[in-house]
Design a binder for this molecule. Structure first.
Ligand SMILES: NC(=O)c1ccc[n+]([C@@H]2O[C@H](COP(=O)([O-])OP(=O)(O)OC[C@H]3O[C@@H](n4cnc5c(N)ncnc54)[C@H](OP(=O)(O)O)[C@@H]3O)[C@@H](O)[C@H]2O)c1
Length: 346
């Protein structure tokens, strides 16, 4: 396993990060505990969760994934072996059950959210506290172009940073980071920190995969020059890049079979691009899912690749992908497909 520096901090994280959001919905607590045991034994010291997990989010499972992780810490007592990341939710109409029904990135909400997360996680601190998504309207979650639809920009970024400064000062978080952010937002936060207003963002967690490389346009330069590396989520396009949904297949129990409203990675061009990537992998004797993961882990602006798994078999294969270095021939093949299918699933 490779280890990389988290931002400018002295924290070293495994290049493969353990995603957790299926625990409490698609996976039981028992399965989550088994995944954590296996991951840590195989060098995966970096785990990512969020207050709103399990996914898909609903009132009954809100905070459940954090609780499962907390139960693992209680049972195993290995808190110091793990670099733990969680997130505070931004506004979302669906979250009538989060705090006062309108989660915001202001002082009241962030201070309440971190305390509740720490309680569920049964720990005194998280290593990385991330803003799950912006309070203002920006292009994330499937929106390629910037096209704001509302005027309310929400809590000023400087105010959010002031609260994060308090959180860090109190020892409840060692580092802070972004998620689902744009180049404008990331640079703005970094510039404010440079001017002495709050802690410096150590990372940015955005979607990135063979089906979604929009990060490369504006954010890859920011991530590299600012040492605010990408924590890439949905590196398999929610499983699509394994090829298991090709030819209209609907594998029983799989995420995109069970929850039809997850459409981001099954667009017509997404499916066509996937078919090409799967063919390329097989031509080179690679498992398509491992090829897709190795591509993400190998990108120079990526700090960690956040994998997800619902079975131990998937988990083992996904962690093992960390050892694969793609040949120039495969990378050239990927580039050729990318030229045809550039942004199939933003
Ligand atoms: N910041 C954010 O907004 C955000 C958003 C999404 C995710 N995340 C983070 O990123 C993590 C990973 O995201 P993700 O789960 O969407 O990642 P992903 O790698 O794109 O999808 C993982 C899913 O694909 C299927 N799968 C995994 N390995 C496979 C394999 N080898 N062969 C076939 N199918 C396989 C599994 O689902 P099935 O078994 O059901 O097919 C698994 O749950 C999450 O747990 C979370 O920590 C963050």
């Amino acid at each position: 396993m490779q280890y990389r520096q988290l931002g400018r901090s002295d924290i070293r994280v495994s290049a493969i990060c353990l995603g957790t959001m299926t625990w409490g919905e698609q996976n039981t607590q028992e399965q989550g505990l088994e995944q954590m045991d296996y991951a840590l034994e195989h060098g995966v010291n970096f785990w990512d969760t969020a207050e709103m997990y399990a996914v898909p989010p609903r009132k009954e499972t809100y905070g459940r994934t954090e609780e499962i992780i907390g139960n693992w810490f209680k049972a195993r007592g290995k808190r110091d072996k793990v670099v733990l990341a969680t997130k505070v939710a931004g506004p979302d109409q669906r979250f009538s059950y989060v705090r006062d029904g309108k989660p915001r990135l202001n002082r009241t909400h962030i201070l309440a959210a971190i305390d509740a997360s720490l309680k569920r996680l049964q720990t005194d601190y998280v290593d990385l506290y991330q803003l799950h998504w912006a309070e203002r309207d920006t292009n994330a979650f499937g929106k390629l172009a910037y096209a704001p639809t509302r005027d309310d920009d929400g809590t000023p970024l400087a105010e959010t940073l002031d609260v994060l400064a308090e959180v860090v000062k109190s020892g409840k978080a060692r580092q802070v980071g972004l998620s689902n952010e744009s180049a404008w937002g990331t640079m703005h936060y970094l510039a404010l920190a440079e001017a002495g207003r709050g802690p410096r963002m150590a990372s940015i967690q955005n979607a990135y995969s063979l089906l979604n490389r929009s990060f490369e346009v504006g954010l890859a330069e920011v991530a590299t020059r600012e040492r605010c590396g990408l924590l890439a989520y949905s590196p398999l396009g929610m499983g699509a890049l394994s090829g298991k949904y090709l030819n209209g297949a609907e594998p029983a129990g799989a995420r995109l079979t069970v929850w039809k409203h997850f459409k981001r990675y099954l667009t017509p061009t997404g499916v066509a691009a996937t078919a090409e990537y799967v063919k390329l992998g097989r031509r080179h004797g690679l498992d398509p899912a491992q090829m897709a993961l190795a591509f993400v882990t190998g990108r120079p602006f990526v700090t960690a690749n956040i994998i997800g798994a619902t079975t131990m078999e998937q988990l083992k294969s996904n962690i093992a992908s960390g050892e694969i270095k793609l040949s120039q021939e495969v990378l050239d093949g990927i580039d050729a497909i990318h030229k045809v299918y550039t942004y199939p699933c933003p």
